[in-house]
Each structure stands twice: as structure tokens, then as C-alpha cells.
Design a protein around this ligand. Sequence first.
Ligand SMILES: Cc1ncc(COP(=O)(O)O)c(C=O)c1O
Length: 404
Amino acid sequence: MRKARSRSATAVIERLTRATADLDPPLAAIDMPTLRANAADLIRRAGSVPIRLASKSVRCRTVLDEALTPQRALTLAGAGGFRGIMSYSLREAIWLAGNGHTDILMGYPTTDRAALRDYAAAPELVAAIVLMVDDIDQLGVIRGSVGNPELRPRVCLDVDASLRVGPVHLGVRRSPLRTPAQAAALAAAALQRGFDVVGVMTYEAQIAGLPDTRFAVRRLKWASARDMLRRRGAVVAAVQNVAGPLEIVNSGGSGSIEVSVADEVVTEVTAGSGLYVPTLFDDYRSFTPHPAMYFATSVLRRPAPGIATAFSGGYIASGPAGDSRVPQPAWPPGMKLIASEGAGEVQTPLTGGKAGELAIGDRVWFRHAKAGELCERFDRVHLVEADGRRTTVPTYRGEGQCFG
Ligand SMILES: Cc1ncc(COP(=O)(O)O)c(C=O)c1O
């Protein structure tokens, strides 16, 4: 299995190298056959349940559109396919809606009053975008910003999907809503303030975002999945009791699709990282990682035998600072970062493997730890097809868009 994986990684890197040979790094590239295979694999894992695309994990409109092409759902009979976007900022959602997207769920609350005013001023934005809430004060910010008391913003309730073992909290710190009664109370408050409650989201980060590297993690995931199976249904029933039938019961991420679709109350799952497959997604039991996105920099110096120093590369990912957030050299194989310097602001020394054989100007390929964040470092990304054809498209940053 590992051998097969490294053979296909070799073919991918060779293709990317050939297709971008005339360009000067640093550059970012995506292998489109791998990206499409990853999209098909996410669809296969989700079965008949549609997948909402997490835009934060993509940050390039061409790639969002590629995944959302209607034909993609037809690659597997009866598959749900990709449908709609989960947006991470209301400004982003407004921009995407302005570019033709009509089904956007905010993944997080917003306090951007100017963006809320713009949203409220355009009926097509109100129709396209569902806001996320988990606190009565967020309802107050929305109401205070939108002005028009007749306007009925559509909202989804984010319900905490972390696992509690006694006093221990295992998962992320997001929503304060946990019990069916708490969710129903916020739904009632929202209705009373003139909102339409259309959905519930439960994002089980401790399943979706943790690689299966240790037995303890696998136990935790199993316990979480059982807990959510029990709790999600009760939360949805309680909210529906107050708000009527819900359009959206969203759950999961690239790492937890199977667990989410196993619950029949779930109407859709979210995924994004599974398209690019960054290093944080290397050790999941639920799928075999096939990286589609890489970045390249060039060797500038050879400070000592066995060491080559490449330009830039210190594109550290968000999350708890540590080794898992650092880009990893992927090609030539076997190289590693030097502990005292890591991936640097403008210089990244590499050792091991063929580092000592690299010449000035040779290219080194890296993988980022997270999916969309690499796009914040590059204005454009090169999309490479199976026949080596290259299309260069802007990232969000290349379109002058930076949402945080
Ligand atoms: C609310 C929410 N849903 C889903 C996801 C999963 O996204 P991905 O598939 O990129 O891991 C995330 C990621 O952080 C998230 O915050």
C-alpha cells in the first residue's frame, strides 16, 4: 500500500515538475487528476448524502467550481455529490454569491456589521446565505445591523459536538449550546426576534480533525460517534418541535464523513481538505491520502556537505504550534527540515535523502500542513492535467480577496 502510494506520488510530482519547468519558484501547483479522484472518493464515502464544500479549505474559486460541477455527482450512481458552500466569513459569502453561488451556509457566526448591512440590502443575498448562530447576543448583532424589522434572516444553530467525559472536554471550543433544551431555547428566541431557523450543525472536530495515529484517539472517536448518534437526533427533534421541519442538518468534515452519514437525521456533510489532502490528513483510517497540492521552492545555497538551503517555505499552518503545523519536504524523497531552523521565513535548510546532491537552482517540492491556507501565500496556483497541460488561475489572494 505504502509502495503504491509513493509510486503515484512520484508520477504526480514528475508531472507537476514537467508542467511548470519554465516557471521560477516559489510556486503552488495542483494535480487535477488527483484532485478529481479525491473529489470522487469524498462522494463515494458520503454515499447518497450531499457534501457541502468547506471554502476555507480551498480558497480558490476555480477549484470550488470544479468540485461543484453538477456532472461530478453523476460519477457514481445515486451519489449526493457536492452541493453548496460552507463559507467562513460573511464578506466571503457575499463575494461568492456575487459570483453566482446561491446555496451558502456560514460555518461560523459573524459580527461584521457592515457585511450584515450589505447582506440585508440585497434580497438575493438573504435568499442565498444562511447565517450561523449559537448565542442570543449574535441574534442581537444581526438584528441591530440589518435594520429592516420585516427582514427574516435565515439561521442555522451550531450545536457543540465535543465529547464530555466527566469534567473533561474533548473537542473544540465553539458553541455553548449542547443539550436539546438549550438548542430549542435559542430557536425559540430566534423565532421571537423574527428569524427563520432552518438548520442545525454539529461539527465533531475531535473525529474529523484528528488523525488515527494512536489507540486512545481511535477510542475517543468511537465514543464521540456514539455520543453524537444519541445526542444529534434529540437536538434536531427539540429544535423541530419549536421551529418546524429543518432544511439542513449538517455535520462532519473530510475526516469523519462515514461517521456523520451513519446518522439518518444528517441531511448533508461538509468537506474541503480532502480535495488537496495536506499532511494533517495523512493518517486517517477512513481513507488513503493522495496529495493533490504541493508548493515548490529552489535551492539557493549549499552551506555544508549534506545540506541544501531552499528559498522561503516557512508557511506555518494554524492550530497548536508544533511539528504538525510545519510544511514537509516531499520531493526529492527522504529529506527533512533541520530542527534548529525548521521551515524559514526566507531560507529553509534541508538535510537527509538527496539533499547533499542538490544543485543550486534545483527544485524542492513541499506539502503544507493544512488545505486552504497555502493559497494565502500565493496569488496564483497552477492546475496541471493528466496530459501535462497547465492552467494558471488566481487564488482568493490573487483576486485581491483576504477574509482572515
Ligand atoms: C464547521 C466546520 N465544518 C466542517 C469542517 C471540515 O472541513 P475539512 O473537510 O476541510 O476538514 C470544518 C473545519 O474546520 C469546520 O470548521
